[in-house]
Ligand binder design. Structure first.
Ligand code: NAP
Ligand code: ZN
Ligand code: ZN
Length: 351
């Protein structure tokens, strides 16, 4: 066992604080990873504050993990000590159901094993995430980070990157398509970069007028402020595809009206409270409303290789672990350009 420094939420109302966990020596098919960077996803906040219900405490969040292989199990042939690797939102699944066989492990019939706030298959022990200095993971759930992507800027690809890449691919977004990205946070800015790399024309729909210049600098062709109600008239029936990455409560119907005939809107954000969808908003132009959950291991590797090929990485603000509670408050206000990433070296020092 390896005593490992971490940061944890002990309950839904207390700020995160230093905590100690144990990581096991890798089994035959596992690798032990020294964590270098961990991205801060809004899902960390939702879960640490129990906004979705059912959170288990103490909780060590973090599922945008990048580090280097420190030790290998006897059967591990595809990684070597020192390799740059990543771990995303899940660390195991049943491996036998149709979705697992199809490489869509996140939709496992028996439920994926979350990187944190979950329980290990077999032992039932709680899983702890990347706000920690090490993690032991089965080799089949470990990603290879291409050399050309700086490791700190790669971390957010493990959730924000794959969560936006997967629906763009699944719905066949192609060069020339009109795509809108709603919400310019961690997921939103990756959606812009990846859709632009796929050749789409991207419009950012944001509550923050102050993000206009930055949105265009990311490669978006246009920006529209959603606090201005005229936007919903001007852009009516403009888009083939809308990615909704909004973390807070908002009216889906207003955005559905921006889809063209046969257009699709995909929900990625998971606000605390359910909202109402008017049938007419879908029926009138044969529109579709879908959802999408991260992406499978094979597709995550494909996304990482796509990002390397197209020079795509996350725009980040690197923080020390001691700034994590402040970072949560800033994210809730939409004050992030565009992903906080924890420098895990600061956790080693803090412990
Ligand atoms: P984030 O960085 O905090 O970005 C969310 C953005 O949404 C904000 O920056 C803001 O953008 C906008 N926003 C927030 N509240 C709003 C409101 N009430 N009305 C309109 N816009 C609002 O969060 P994130 O890490 O990208 O995550 C976004 C959501 O996706 C979260 O709910 C998260 O749990 C979920 N998520 C889902 C998956 C999945 O697999 N489906 C994976 C990861 C995360 P503007 O300032 O531009 O308006
Ligand atoms: Zn996430
Ligand atoms: Zn399965």
């Amino acid at each position: 066992m390896h005593k490992t420094a971490a940061y944890a939420a002990v309950d839904a109302r207390t700020p995160l604080a230093p905590f100690s966990i144990e990581r096991r020596e890798p089994g035959p098919n596992e690798v032990l990873i020294d964590i270098l960077y961990c991205g801060v996803c809004h899902s960390d906040i939702h879960q640490a504050r129990d906004e979705w219900g059912g959170s288990a405490f103490p909780m060590v969040p973090g599922h945008e993990i990048v580090g280097r292989v420190a030790r290998l199990g006897a059967n591990v042939k595809s990684f070597q000590v020192g390799d740059a690797v990543g771990v995303g939102c899940f660390v195991d699944s049943c491996r036998e159901c149709p979705q697992c066989r199809a490489g869509e492990e996140q939709y496992c019939d028996q439920g994926m094993t979350g990187t944190y706030n979950s329980r290990e298959r077999g032992t039932g022990a709680p899983t702890y995430g990347g706000y920690s200095t090490r993690i032991t993971v089965d080799q089949d759930y470990v990603l290879r980070i291409p050399e050309s992507i700086p490791l700190d800027r790669a971390a957010p690809l493990l959730c924000a990157g794959i969560t936006t890449y997967s629906p763009l691919k699944h719905y066949g977004v192609k060069a020339g398509d009109e795509v809108a990205v709603v919400g310019l946070g961690g997921l939103g800015h990756m959606a812009v970069k990846i859709a632009v790399a796929m050749g789409a024309r991207v419009t950012v729909l944001s509550t923050s007028e102050s993000k206009r210049e930055a949105a265009l600098a990311l490669g978006a062709q246009a920006f529209a402020a959603t606090r201005d109600k005229a936007t919903f008239k001007t852009l009516s029936r403009s888009f083939d595809f809308i990615i909704d990455s909004v973390s807070g409560d908002h009216d889906y119907n207003a955005y559905l009206g921006l889809l063209k005939f046969d257009g699709t809107m995909v929900l990625l954000g998971i606000p605390e409270t359910p909202s109402t969808v008017a049938a007419g908003a879908l029926i009138m132009q044969r529109r579709k409303l879908g959802g999408s959950l991260i992406g499978g291991i094979r597709e995550t590797q494909e996304m990482l290789d796509f990002c390397a090929e197209h020079g795509v990485a996350s725009d980040i603000e690197l923080i020390d672990i001691a700034q994590i509670n402040e970072a949560y408050e800033r994210m809730i206000k939409g004050d992030v350009r565009y992903r906080f990433v924890i420098d895990i070296a600061s956790l080693g020092k803090a412990a």
